[in-house]
Every structure is written in C-alpha cells, then in structure tokens.
Design a binder for this molecule. Structure first.
Ligand code: AMP
Length: 421
C-alpha cells in the first residue's frame, strides 16, 4: 500500500501526504485517524492519548495544512505549549520535518537557552511558536512576542504542565490569545483538574479517548526486580547493562545528584555514559541528547526530565534505578524504549519497602509487572507483601483504579512546588 493511501481519507492535501510518506508513516495511528479530520474542520479537541501514540503528527499535520492554505503572514498563528524543553525541541523538529524545506518558520522558545537566538527569531516573521510556558510568558512580558494572531493553541501533555505548576502561566497565555481560536488539548488523562482546565480553555470540544497502556505499549517487556539495598541495586544494574542485546539504555534515577553519581560510576567502569537532569544548562543537555542520538553514548542516566519526549529508536532498554515520583511517569519512562516499531525492555528496581508504590503503578496501568529474579542476584529479604512469581497479582490489585500518583486521587497540581527535575 502506498504510504499516503491510508492517510488519504483524513482530508490531508497532497503536499501533507508527501510529508507523511517522507516520514515513513504507512498507517495513521488511532489518535491521528480520529484527530486529524476534526482538527482540519476547525473543532476544539480534548484528546487523551499516551506517550508514543503519534500525537505530534495528530496536531501538527492539520496545523501545517491550515497554515499553508492561509498563505504567509508575519505573526505566529500556531502556539504549542509543552511541559519540558526536550518535548518542545522534539515537537519543533517534527514540525520542521513535516513542513519541509520551504516549510513554516518555527520559533523554539524554551528556558535555559540563550535569549539572543530567540529574540532574533522573533524579530522576523514566525508561523509557529513551540515553547515552554515560562519562557513564552517571559517573551510576552518583554513585549517581544505578539500572540494576537494565534489561530490554534496546542496544549501538549497538559496534565504534565499542571503537575509542574504551570497552570497560571497557561491561563495567562491563553487569555492573551484571540477568543476565536481553536484549542487542541492533549493529555494522558482528561479527568480531575485537567478536565476543569479543558472546560475553561476550549469551546464545544470533541473528545477523543485513545486506549491507555498496556495496549499502547505492547512491545515493551516489563520486569520488576526487588533489591535489598543500594549496593544490591548497583549489582543488578551492572548485570542488566551487560546484556548483549542492549544497544542503548536510559537509566532513570529519582534525583539529580543520584543521576550524576551513577553516571560517574558507570563512566569509571568504562561505559559510554552521559547524565541528563534539570541542573545542567541547556547546552549540556543538548550535547548529551545529541551524543545519545548519534550513538556515541550507550547509557543515559537521567531524571524524569527525560521521561517524556525523548525519541531515540536505538534505546533498547529502560532501567528504573529508582521508582518514579508519579505512577504515570512510569508509563512515560518505559515509553522511551520500544520506539519506531522496535521491541523494548523495561526493568524496574524496587526496595521491598516500596511495594506499595509498585502497586500504585500497577493500579495506574491496570496490569501487574512480572517479578523477575536474576540468578546469583536474588534478594535476601522478603517483600512487605509476598510478590513471588511472574504475573502475580498483589493483594488488593484491581485494574483501572487511581489515575495518577500512588493511589491518591488525581488532585495533584495547584501550588505544588516544582519538582526538582
Ligand atoms: P509521538 O507520540 O508524536 O511522540 O510519536 C511517537 C513516535 O511514533 C515517533 O517516533 C513518531 O515518528 C512515530 N509515529 C507517529 N505516527 C506514526 C505513524 N502513523 N506510523 C509510524 N510511526 C509513527
């Protein structure tokens, strides 16, 4: 089947179909199949979709098509807000790839990057702004960014922006946009506070709900390894990193210091390794990511700053050296592997006392993580609740409850201190 045939029915122009073919896409993903026609018709959308579902193309292809149809203009007509710099970079890159050589002028406005380049960009005509709320606010406040002609606002990973305390920034920015605009909101969940935000920001929105994990991540084999203590975790990690099937891995830690320490240790052992965390300046973060993309780095030790948006097909393994803060971050972390149709493996190391947190993740994903034991590296202590055997269901396990956090209602959000990512 020609690549564009399956996309044909969605209302995309031949030019956009060419971009789809060039990207190597043959079939629209479920979120693309549903969102593209509605977005082209100008509807507001509330979309619940998981990481890796193809949501970037779902909002960007219609935006690009509408821009092309409208012809050139000076001021930005599309604004995409994302929670992290990495995701913004990823979206900007995808936009330029889809747009082609004579495509849209994209301004990437993220924190941690020098102002000079961004200001220069904003002095010329810009079609699409992709940025994080803080830096977009900053440019608006300095009078350098005129958003009065924005026709489409995209809130990418809105739940995460709320988690990170961006609610006020998002509302302030939205208030500066024309009321007669299209709003496309993407989020892992549309419940709770996200739902309330969506009500305020959208009008007569169509709702699209895409099946959640584990269906969304069928190619990722997950395993849970219990550890007695930190040194046991290090031995388990050494074993996992010795796997010949491992091409590249992201190892997630809970803290920035933890990421630094572990990267140093692995570097001393001779691994090609880089750290990635929120204390590094943007230049260093970009260099680490580029080295990973180029294959010069085999292991990235990162905090949750890398949990979303990172799209490197060579990542065969994800290791959760520490458990994530939020159950939903587990889904984002493991979604760094199994990209571009490949298979992936995700190992989660947990202390016995963290069994409750593991249960929270399982409630969130709706499935148990099979427990594995590595010969010679068996845990000595017993877990608080018995957790032996693959595919066991911990007591009290019921699929489908608890949308976020470790079993708490999804009322995380306002006034939270920003996480130290
Ligand atoms: P996203 O959820 O937008 O981050 O996309 C996740 C990954 O899926 C990226 O590597 C995309 O290039 C890829 N992708 C998106 N749509 C398709 C498609 N229709 N066919 C194949 N790969 C896709």
């Amino acid at each position: 089947m020609a690549a564009s045939e399956a996309f044909n029915a969605l209302g995309l122009t031949p030019k956009m179909l060419e971009s789809v073919t060039a990207a190597g896409y043959t079939q629209p993903t479920p979120v693309q199949a549903q969102a593209i026609p509605m977005a082209l018709d100008g509807h507001d959308l509330l979309v619940s979709s998981q990481t890796g579902s193809g949501k970037t193309a779902a909002f960007m292809l219609p935006c690009l098509q509408r821009l092309m149809e409208a012809g050139p203009a000076k001021l930005p007509r599309v604004l995409v807000l994302t929670p992290t710099r990495e995701l913004a970079q990823q979206v900007a890159k995808a936009t330029m790839d889809f747009g082609g050589k004579r495509g849209p002028r994209v301004a990437l406005l993220v924190g941690g990057a020098p102002y000079a380049v961004q200001l220069k960009m904003l002095r010329g005509p810009v079609d699409i702004v992709v940025g994080t709320p803080g830096r977009v606010m900053d440019h608006m406040g300095r009078g350098r960014l005129d958003l009065s002609k924005v026709q489409t606002l995209v809130l990418d990973e809105a739940d995460r922006m709320l988690d990170m305390g961006f609610i006020e920034d998002m509302e302030t920015i939205a208030a500066r946009l024309p009321a007669q605009r299209q709003t496309l909101l993407f989020s892992a969940t549309l419940d709770g506070v996200v739902g309330k935000l969506a009500e305020r920001m959208t009008r007569d929105a169509r709702r699209i709900e895409i099946a959640k994990t584990p269906e969304a991540t069928p190619r990722i084999e997950q395993k849970l390894l219990f550890a007695d203590d930190h040194s046991h975790k290090l031995r388990l990690l050494d074993h996992l990193l010795g796997d010949v099937a491992l091409t590249q891995a992201v190892v997630f830690t809970g803290t920035k210091v933890g990421a630094e320490d572990l990267a140093t240790r692995l570097g001393e052992q001779g691994h090609a390794v880089e750290a990635l965390h929120g204390d590094m300046n943007q230049g260093a973060r970009n260099r680490a990511l580029k080295a990973l993309r180029d294959g010069r780095v085999r292991i990235l030790v990162a905090t949750d700053v890398a949990a979303r948006g990172l799209d490197v097909p060579g990542i065969s393994h994800v290791v959760n050296f520490d458990l994530p803060m939020q159950a939903e971050d587990y889904v984002h972390r493991i979604g760094r592997t199994g990209r571009a149709g490949r298979e992936g493996r995700a190992f989660t190391l947990a202390h016995h006392r963290e069994f409750g947190k593991v249960k929270g993740i399982e409630r969130y994903t709706g499935s148990a993580i099979p427990v594995a034991i590595l010969p010679g590296l068996e845990p000595k202590a017993r877990t608080a609740k018995p957790a032996a055997g693959n595919g066991r269901k911990p007591s009290g396990w019921k699929p489908g409850y608890g949308k976020a956090g470790y079993g708490k209602p999804s009322g995380r959000v306002h006034g939270h201190a920003r996480p130290t990512r």
